[in-house]
Design a protein around this ligand. Sequence first.
Ligand SMILES: Cc1cc2nc3c(=O)[nH]c(=O)nc-3n(C[C@H](O)[C@H](O)[C@H](O)COP(=O)(O)OP(=O)(O)OC[C@H]3O[C@@H](n4cnc5c(N)ncnc54)[C@H](O)[C@@H]3O)c2cc1C
Length: 396
Amino acid sequence: MTCATETFDAVVMGGGPAGSSTAIALANRGWRVAMVEKAVFPRRKVCGEFLSATSVPVLDRLGIGTDWRGAAGPEVRRLALFSGRQVVEASMPAREGFGRALGRDVLDLRLVAEALRRGVALFQPARVVAHRRDGEAASIDIVSDAGERTLRAHVVVAAHGSWETGKLASQLPRQHDAHDFLGFKAHFHGASLSADMMPLLAFPGGYGGIVWADGERLSLSCCIRRDALAAIRRCRPGLSASDALHGHLVDSSIGIARTIGDATLAGPWLAAGPIRPGLRAGYGDDIFRVGNVAGEAHPIIAEGISMAVQSGWLLAEALGSAPPGNAEVRAAIGRRYEAAWRRQFALRIRAAGVFAALAIRPSTACVAGGLIAAVPPILTLGAALSGKAKPLPAFG
Ligand SMILES: Cc1cc2nc3c(=O)[nH]c(=O)nc-3n(C[C@H](O)[C@H](O)[C@H](O)COP(=O)(O)OP(=O)(O)OC[C@H]3O[C@@H](n4cnc5c(N)ncnc54)[C@H](O)[C@@H]3O)c2cc1C
């Protein structure tokens, strides 16, 4: 069944943090915005759930800062490195306040609710399946249980993340390689960790992080190379991938064992990926890109949600108060947005790649751990290089 076409100033494809932030920021400027999200919320997601303090002012401008403060877990004032027998602590670089973690089941739902409150037309659950330019407007085909419909808009924003492949020009090509990193995440109850501490995990074949989130849930998330996971599973025959990984984590680090050794899982492990780290384009094929579509840092630095909400804000700033009606103007705005995006995020993406490479090999992780043990502020410096002290220019 095909329904009538509806016309908007902008259609945002994807309702994660990047999509909702863009939709809210544009709606606040008076745009008529539609947002399409394929999943039913609330839903859990493979993510460490930590949001840096630099992004809290953005949440304030989007209208959910107070809500976020009321719900998120404790302030993270200290960092740590858990690697083998090493447990090293350092302080978190602070500009204005400290970051905290809020479950993605809660955060994403609240952002979407705010978008609705601001008048965004929400299509959920509905999947974007095709996009084409005809004349100065674009047609976006979406599919839901109710059937198919087409949305029309001058501005199209890709905020669908980097995991799903498909026919959209903004979707990444399928990838399957031994060196891929797969993402895992679990919540725990009854874990043993100081409330204000966020340890970075370095273990053979992977890296991760632990933080207290809302509702006294401990959030543990990690990435492991596909070939390393296969090797771990061969050593633990009969176990599922997540059970084998769970055992590997506890066996590989005294710090992890102390933290979750006596804890109980709050829900099943989630798995996703492969992750697609790298710098991509902020604009191409007449589609603006935000969040993971535009570029992705290895989550060892826990900056992806920040990059998502900040890129949504940057794009809305670049687009301004009126939808650009012709392709040349959109391309010029795209170039300006892309330059601002790179100034804000390129360094942290490169730094995260180096940190990830160091963390996954026991030899380099041990040397890095020794250095950090001797000079703990190196960890603080690493966090600063990861963007944890870099607000958006307008918020500095
Ligand atoms: C193991 C791990 C740990 C992490 N830890 C942290 C952390 O602690 N802190 C942090 O800041 N970042 C972390 N990240 C990164 C963070 O999760 C991502 O960078 C962030 O989710 C990106 O947001 P996004 O909105 O771009 O994409 P997503 O969150 O992926 O949202 C995309 C949305 O689009 C929807 N969608 C996809 N395709 C379609 C379609 N065709 N039609 C309609 N809807 C569609 C999806 O359902 C989804 O809701 C972590 C990542 C991993 C893998």
